[in-house]
Write a protein that binds this ligand. Structure first.
Ligand SMILES: Nc1nc2c(ncn2[C@@H]2O[C@H](COP(=O)(O)OP(=O)(O)OP(=O)(O)O)[C@@H](O)[C@H]2O)c(=O)[nH]1
Ligand SMILES: [Mg+2]
Length: 500
């Protein structure tokens, strides 16, 4: 076997060398070599064709050799007759690759394709070479040579591929394709259905039949809700929220809320109204002011510097009353100290914190020669011991009910939460002691404007019988500055006319 293979390889090499030498000699001499075709036997050609890459060269060679025979015959006759003058346009080209593009060459490739198919199909003749034949016939039109060449090549490759595929297993592949298509079709048809109608996952709640807690809980809930419903129906009562939402504020309160831009507002709204939102408490500034500095306060008394004067932990340590006082009372964290700063526009003089219970002493701040602003400790929830808190409350009660120079108590109420029992206790005390007090709703920027108005209306209605209470209910926000000017106006009147 090895000997025969070696012989074959040797034969191939010999053929290659001969072809190369023939091309070289043609280039060099340019003379005709008639009968050289006989040197390459038909068998060797087929072996070369079977070897793949050499196939094309052989077609060309084959085409050239046969056309060359005709051309050489012509030239012989021309030489003999003395009319030969060299190569003409119609003569076959000397180069192999150019020869494939010639019309004659195509004629031959068409015939050769059949031979190739013989070789590719392991010797079996193939009947499906009509395409290449048609292509070769079309070549005689003389148009689009290259196009047709590719056509013939593609037809060749197609036919070879077809043959190979035939020899592999045509029946099984086609059936397999069909089955795959069928499967795909089924899958596609299946996939379309859920696309249109997305599947809804059903939540299955499995109850443990032996677990009695679920049953008891469910029974309890249903019974309690039913009971509550019955109670509400019988009594005709509404929830606190529903009652609050049912409040209809008076037109004066509504207009006050709108004029002072009270309640939660969008910054864009404040901007449109001309307020500089870059400043702290922007609504306490003059609109459309180009000055980056805070505008001067209209009330003279509040232009004074706010100075810490005294802090009293016990009633004995409270300073003697010499000038009028305005005190700020309310629950812890309601915003007493913040309001002091906001009214005077002197941030940080009275210390503030988000933790309830920061102010634990009665703090006296002097605002000019004629007025004290008094920051009281808060009551209600605070981060302090119960005994300490009781001591504050007692001190506050004593101060509010007995202080001579106290001209007004601003009772601060958080707008969101409204009045609490401790607030009412202080109100009762002030009513008894005939101390003048005014309700000031704080942190209005945290609720809707309508709720600010509702809260004001609610408090006014509930306290309208109280004699010591000064109307109207004031509404402010130390953060946005809303309502601060109005409160300043009210308080400055007290300071102006108050005498001890
Ligand atoms: N959003 C908003 N927050 C405010 C306003 N006023 C005060 N606060 C905040 O509320 C918190 C408590 O403010 P304070 O002024 O310390 O309250 P306080 O009543 O003095 O509290 P105590 O001294 O503990 O009694 C702080 O974090 C303030 O920033 C307001 O008008 N709007
Ligand atoms: Mg405080």
């Amino acid at each position: 076997m090895s000997i025969t293979l070696n012989k074959k390889l040797h034969g191939e090499n010999v053929v290659k060398k001969r072809v190369k030498s023939r091309v070289r000699s043609k280039k060099d001499s340019g003379t005709d070599q008639e009968g050289s075709e006989s040197e390459v036997s038909v068998k060797e050609k087929f072996e070369l064709v079977a070897s793949g890459r050499k196939r094309k060269r052989i077609y060309a060679e084959e085409g050239v050799s046969e056309t060359r025979k005709l051309a050489s015959k012509k030239r012989h006759t021309q030489v003999k007759s003395g009319s030969f003058k060299g190569r003409k346009n119609n003569d076959p080209p000397r180069s192999i690759w150019i020869a494939t593009r010639s019309e004659d060459g195509y004629k031959e490739t068409g015939s050769l394709s059949r031979k190739v198919k013989h070789a590719a199909g392991s010797g079996e003749p193939v009947s499906g070479s009509s395409k290449s034949k048609k292509a070769s016939r079309l070549d005689y039109d003389g148009n689009g040579l290259l196009k047709k060449q590719t056509k013939s090549k593609s037809s060749l490759s197609k036919s070879v591929d077809e043959d190979q595929s035939k020899y592999v297993d045509t029946s099984s592949s086609s059936s397999a394709k069909k089955s795959i298509r069928k499967k795909k079709g089924i899958a596609h048809s299946n996939s379309e259905v859920p696309d249109d109608q997305p599947k809804k996952k059903k939540r299955v709640i499995r109850l443990d039949p032996y677990d009695t807690s679920n049953k008891r809980l469910d029974d309890g809930i249903t019974e309690s809700t039913k009971q509550k419903k019955k109670e509400v129906e019988e009594d005709g009562k509404f929830s606190k929220n529903a009652q609050f939402r049912a409040i209809q504020p008076s037109p004066s309160i509504l207009s006050f809320v709108e004029d002072n831009l009270l309640g939660r507002r969008r910054l864009i709204e404040l901007k449109r109204k001309g307020y500089n939102i870059e400043l702290s408490a922007p609504l306490d500034n003059v609109p459309f002011s180009t000055s980056p500095e805070r505008e001067r306060i209209e009330e003279n008394i509040f232009r004074n510097k706010l100075e810490f004067f005294a802090a009293a932990k016990l009633s004995s340590s409270i300073p003697a009353p010499d000038i009028p006082e305005i005190a700020f009372a309310g629950r812890s964290n309601v915003g007493k100290s913040s309001l002091l700063n906001s009214l005077t526009r002197q941030w940080g003089v009275a210390r503030t914190s988000d933790k309830p219970g920061l102010t634990q002493t009665i703090n006296f701040f002097k605002l000019g020669p004629k007025l004290y602003l008094v920051d009281l400790p808060g009551y209600g929830f605070a981060y302090a011991k119960e005994e300490v808190k009781d001591a504050w409350e007692e001190l506050v009660m004593e101060y509010v009910s007995t202080r001579v120079g106290l001209k007004r108590v601003c009772l601060l109420i958080d707008t969101k939460w409204g009045m609490k029992p401790r607030d009412n206790e202080l109100i009762h005390l002030m009513e008894r002691s005939q101390t003048k007090y005014q309700i000031v709703l704080t942190k209005t920027d945290l609720v809707f404007p309508i709720d600010v108005a509702r809260r004001a209306m609610q408090i006014e209605e509930s306290l309208k019988a109280n004699k010591s209470m000064v109307q109207p209910v004031m509404m402010v926000s130390s953060k946005s500055g809303a309502g601060i000017r109005s409160l300043r106006t009210v308080l400055s009147k007290i300071a102006r006319f108050a005498k001890i």
